[in-house]
Design a protein around this ligand. Sequence first.
Ligand SMILES: Nc1nc2c(ncn2[C@@H]2O[C@H](COP(=O)(O)OP(=O)(O)OP(=O)(O)O)[C@@H](O)[C@H]2O)c(=O)[nH]1
Ligand code: SF4
Ligand SMILES: [Mg+2]
Length: 401
Amino acid sequence: MSLQGTPMSERVHIGVFGKCNAGKSTLINAILNQDLIITSPIPGTTTDPVYKSIELYGLGPCLLADTAGFDELGHLGAKRLKKSKIVAAKTDIAIIIFSGKNIDHEIEWLNLFQKNEVDVYPVINSFGDFNGDASLADAIRKSAGREPIILNAFAREGVDDFISMLAADYADKMERRSITGKLAAEGDLVLLIMPQDIQAPQGRLILPQVQVLRDLLDKKAVVVSATTDKMEDALKVLSSAPKLIITDSQAFKKVYDLKPAESMLTSFSVLMAGYKGDINEYISGADALEHLNGNSNILIAEACSHKPLNEDIGRIQIPRMLRNKFGNKIQIKVCAGNDFPDDLSLFDLIIQCGGCMFNRKNMLSRIKRARACGVPITNYGIVIAKMTGILEKISFNTIKE
Ligand SMILES: Nc1nc2c(ncn2[C@@H]2O[C@H](COP(=O)(O)OP(=O)(O)OP(=O)(O)O)[C@@H](O)[C@H]2O)c(=O)[nH]1
Ligand code: SF4
Ligand SMILES: [Mg+2]
């Protein structure tokens, strides 16, 4: 990501799905208005998912994802299908290109997206078998609950109108969500406690800190920041108590002990958890900590793969807290990036990172999967707050869909 670029996690994810040779890559090239992705009449031309960033008028920064045909057979086909399902979990807007006479596959995917509350658009790429077939268009209309969009990807006809339609439909949801929500407003004094320790990348701030800072500046809040050791100095020079203090979760207890009684307290990780996921689910998930024992099985899920550092929060600090409380026999598995286990029922609790590298849809998909398996899911910051006894004393930003 360049310094000016919008992070992937903040872009609207548009995924294109369909059978081999449906014209998925051709449609993406048409949207990009460039021949960037290889297309060919050989089925299985696109193998791994291909992502392209684009600014679409009315939708803003988007990420287009091209996928392998979901009808590919054999061992490789199964592997590619798994990759396409990872794309599907992140998709805000799904485009399914219907092709051929048998559309069972397309309907199956359409139903899957609908079940996961993803906006799904059926497209008929007007070439091949499909041209003018009213009965198939009827079947699509019935399943999708909307008119199929007829376009010609190759000739790039109807594509701009389709994108304008998407933008108009999606406009309501485009209203920017705020990381700090109602916790801070114009003119409020907010103190940020940001330890610049071994975990902080040299010369930079971590993404949650950057996003919170930007959100507060956009709101015209008054923002003051200090490292943990300078918190008392910062409070002394302020003429009034901050309305809100946002700290790194690791310093929760220390900051709570030092803060003025009237200041609300939260952490970057807790704000990110609410912005990306379902904070209420995470809070109730943390109740599982009261019922764990020495034989429990915990999954720690990091949304990105980074090189673990000495005092890594997910790999060192939280496991240490869990072992101190439940003993060394407790089973702790760590997964990173998209490697979220298929079988979640093996675990008694999932502890998810803030997910600053994931988009909200992806994090909500994880929460749904955990819920479907009956496994409680919580978050790093919430666990630290719970285990240091201050969970009831911190503030949250709850985002309603
Ligand atoms: N005439 C015509 N040809 C098209 C159209 N869309 C795609 N094609 C052709 O159909 C073939 C397959 O298109 P692709 O875009 O590669 O299909 P795909 O869905 O990406 O296929 P896989 O990557 O194999 O899954 C290519 O030769 C395209 O040029 C169209 O609207 N009209
Ligand atoms: S582990 Fe999670 S919260 Fe930490 S940087 Fe990666 S995505 Fe962000
Ligand atoms: Mg392709």
